[in-house]
Design a protein around this ligand. Structure first.
Ligand code: PEP
Length: 252
């Protein structure tokens, strides 16, 4: 099964946090489909987390990779390094990276190529701002992000897209689930019609997902899973969200 429920821990965590999180998670998760779950800790803790999960099947990934493989790029981490640590995926083009670190769609395209070269599954994040949403521009903005990020990539064996409206991230606000469903349908249509050689595996939703709203999201046909920030920092809440996912999508 592809990655469906993914934690983005951002700039949080410590060795102690990792241990406690795993204890809480295993106490509350009642499924066995570990390979559909992913965690993206800060890169310095990847190795430590791999040790804690000890081949249980949960995928560990990076929050970002550099667009080059090697070079004079102090502080950066490359796709081959992430692969070398045993990671299976990387988040790419998160809105925080686009906004705070000036990542363009062209740079994101290079990162997708790096991920593909190393057999890392890229989770490409897309999303519109509040103003763009208010102006009913969501579809155009997402279409442009998709086309610019994927143009020039002839083949990509696996791609996951995360639709993350910028205004929904960390705000407690989410679009209504039917709207998200139609945005996901549009994303699938654009990728499949314009880039038929790209293996789009799933479209996740991200932005203020928590245990309370999870079932309204996972009931939607085109919402294939979730990328979760704040709520994923609690091992119990992440497990409960994954349990809801299992009830509505896996065991159905
Ligand atoms: C995110 O930043 O990827 C995210 C979805 O954050 P949150 O769940 O906290 O809104």
């Amino acid at each position: 099964m592809s990655l469906c429920i993914v934690a983005n821990w951002k700039l949080n965590g410590s060795r102690e946090f990792n241990q406690q999180w795993a204890l809480e998670f295993f106490k509350h998760f009642n499924g066995d489909n570990f390979s559909s779950l992913g965690i993206a800790p800060a890169s310095v803790y990847i190795d430590h987390l791999q040790g804690i999960f000890n081949n249980r099947g949960i995928k560990i990934g990076a929050q970002n990779i550099d667009f080059l493989e090697t070079g004079a790029r102090t502080g950066e981490i490359s796709a081959p390094m992430i692969k070398d640590l045993g990671c299976e995926f990387s988040i790419i083009g998160h809105s925080e990276r686009r906004i705070l670190f000036d990542e363009t769609n062209q740079i994101i395209c290079q990162k997708l190529i790096q991920a593909n070269n190393c057999s890392l599954i890229p989770i490409l994040c897309l999303g519109e701002s509040d103003e763009e949403n208010q102006a009913n521009n969501t579809f155009n903005v997402l279409e442009k992000q998709i086309i610019e990020a994927l143009t020039g990539i002839t083949e990509l064996s696996s791609l996951i897209i995360a639709y993350e409206p910028i205004w929904a991230i960390g705000s407690g606000k989410i679009p209504n689930p039917e709207e998200i469903n139609s945005v996901h349908e549009m994303i699938k249509d654009v990728v499949q019609s314009r880039f038929p050689k790209i293996g789009l595996k799933s479209v996740l939703y991200g932005g203020s997902v928590n245990f309370k709203n999870a079932s309204s999201l996972f009931k939607q046909k085109n919402i294939d899973g979730a990328l979760i920030g704040g709520a994923s920092l609690d091992g119990k809440e992440f497990a409960l969200i994954a349990n809801v996912f299992n009830e509505l999508k896996v065991l159905k």
